[in-house]
Design a protein around this ligand. Structure first.
Ligand code: NAP
Length: 244
């Protein structure tokens, strides 16, 4: 049997990196996309995949990325993140626009670019990364909440629009996962990022990677529409049991 290809965006760290590793271990040929090409090349050398530069906020970059991939059966549209925790009253236009660009438009651009090849594979699958923030708004989260709610909406619409096509569409919604996510959100403030996980056991990227690999490995008549995955200590978006 010929090896099937999986594309993972945002594969240079965290959930994307762990997912690329897991999919490669499961026998997929993996194409890795992100801006930090040096990291992708090191990972590709290790797991035997292909590293391609990708900035999902740049339409030309997404187009070149998609053009460079001859065939694909699985897209894990993972690139994304949060910027800041400002209230609605003090909403920062730049933060909001950046969050929409990377999470929403980045996902749309990548899905749109690869959809013809996913359909042509005869058994394609799209997995998007939502969040608990796509389900539960919280104070200080409005920009990220709005962006991830939009990811949920577009994922649901894609599922409806793919009726009758050989395409499965799934959304994974993680709670607290310790990756570079909080360091990025707080602009490199490691101390503030560490506080997010203080006194509790967060998920690790591998927990989500295994879920994505499981979703991808179901028989082709099975569509896992969505999956909310939280640490035991996190009972809702901002209610967390901490042993301090
Ligand atoms: P992370 O460690 O910060 O990884 C984010 C990845 O996205 C990096 O590989 C980054 O690569 C890539 N990325 C960012 N901007 C990009 C762009 N413009 N073009 C291409 N790639 C870009 O965070 P993570 O936790 O693994 O996050 C992965 C996904 O899970 C995100 O969509 C995030 O919103 C979602 N999520 C995370 C959590 C959590 O608690 N960690 C919870 C729920 C959902 P480069 O910087 O090299 O481009």
């Amino acid at each position: 049997m010929t090896q099937r290809t999986a594309v993972v965006t945002g594969a240079s760290s965290g959930i994307g990196e762990a997912t690329a590793r897991q999919l490669a271990a499961d026998g997929w040929n993996v194409v890795l996309g992100a801006r930090r090409l040096d990291r992708l090349e090191a990972l590709a050398a290790e797991i035997g995949g292909t590293a391609l530069a990708l900035d999902v906020t740049d339409p030309a970059s997404v187009e070149a990325f998609c053009d460079a991939i001859p065939a694909v059966s699985l897209l894990v549209a993972n690139a994304g993140g949060a910027f800041g925790t400002t209230s609605v009253a003090e909403a920062d236009d730049d933060e909001w626009l950046r969050m929409f660009d990377v999470n929403v438009m980045g996902t749309v651009r990548t899905v749109r670019g690869l959809l013809p090849k996913l359909i042509a594979s005869g058994d394609g699958q799209v997995v998007t990364l939502g969040s608990i923030a796509a389900l539960e708004p919280y104070p200080g989260g409005a920009g990220y909440n709005a962006a991830k709610h939009a990811v949920k909406a577009l994922t649901r619409v894609l599922r409806l629009e793919m009726k009758g096509q050989p395409i499965r569409v799934s959304e994974i919604d993680p709670g607290l996962v310790e990756t570079e996510f909080s360091v990025v959100r707080f602009e490199g403030d490691q101390e503030r990022a560490d506080k997010v996980y203080e006194g509790m056991t967060p998920l690790v990227a591998q927990d989500i990677a295994e879920a994505i690999a499981w979703v991808a490995s179901r028989p082709s008549h099975v569509n896992i529409d969505s999956m909310l995955i939280m640490p035991r200590a996190q009972v809702s978006a901002q209610v967390v049991h901490r042993e301090l």
